[in-house]
Design a protein around this ligand. Structure first.
Ligand code: AP5
Length: 216
């Protein structure tokens, strides 16, 4: 099974992708995580992407398509993948369709996660993650069981993303509405789009996604 999670920044794509990985044995392909790894490594792509990401704008289609083309052909993707953060423009969606057709692979579901813009700002500015294993948390909505200790690996080091400041969130939301939201009618026309209420709590969103996947 191959999925796309589509929604604005902070909608919960990464949170749900991690749960679906565990529950269905799928591989999460997060272009945001790939770019942050490239920035941390200081690679040429990372150097090009760093300032664009910090401004809350989209990295070029050319870079993103090359990145996903390379990753999606790795053997671990044959049992199914979850695209998280890709495609984000109509060009990316069209190239993805052609790429998958060549591989004889199809997208089974595109899951739209709907969330009000006002809630997104609170979600993003409250987000942090374990500096060691990357497990995601939130100041209010997803706290570790023991304060200051990662549930997954026991680390006490946490970090926040540089683009998670309130002013950058506004640019990221603008980019979503202008460049990514047009993908909703694109996938609706293909008959694969299903919406879930991303305003519900985290467990409830997972249940709604599971209903979509299991109804198929
Ligand atoms: P990326 O890393 O993809 O960021 P994003 O789309 O902005 O999404 P986020 O990771 O911010 O949010 P999310 O939906 O995963 O939410 P999360 O689950 O963490 O991209 C970063 C940048 O890279 C882009 O701005 C761009 O520059 C570049 N880029 C990446 N891909 C690109 C592409 N294809 N083309 C061009 N450029 C690209 O949840 C957020 C918080 O809310 C968490 O703390 C979580 O605990 C909490 N939470 C989650 N669900 C709920 C809930 N139901 N209720 C309450 N709290 C919740």
């Amino acid at each position: 099974m191959n999925l796309i999670l589509l929604g604005p920044p902070g909608a919960g794509k990464g949170t749900q992708a991690k749960r679906l990985e565990d529950a269905y044995g799928l591989i999460q392909l997060s272009t945001g995580d790939m770019l942050r790894a490239a920035v941390a490594s200081g690679s040429e792509i990372g150097q090009k992407a760093k300032e664009i990401m910090e401004r809350g704008e989209l990295v070029s289609d050319e870079i993103m398509i090359a990145m996903i083309r390379d990753r999606i052909q790795q053997p671990d993707c044959v049992h199914g993948f979850i695209l998280d953060g890709f495609p984000r423009t109509t060009v990316q969606a069209e190239v993805l369709d052609a790429m998958l057709a060549n591989m004889d692979v199809k997208i089974d579901h595109v899951i739209e996660m709907t969330v009000d813009d006002a809630a997104l700002v609170e979600r993003i500015t409250g987000r942090y993650s374990c500096a060691k294993c990357g497990a995601g948390y939130h100041d209010k909505y997803q706290q570790p069981e023991t304060d200051g200790v990662c549930d997954k690996c026991g680390s006490t080091e946490f970090s926040r993303r540089k683009d998670d400041k309130a002013e950058t969130v506004t640019s990221r939301l603008q980019a979503y509405h202008a460049q990514t939201a047009p993908l909703l009618p694109y996938y609706k026309a293909k008959g694969v789009l299903k919406a879930v209420d991303g305003m519900a709590d985290i467990d409830e969103v997972t249940s709604q996604i599971e209903l979509v996947l299991e109804a198929a």
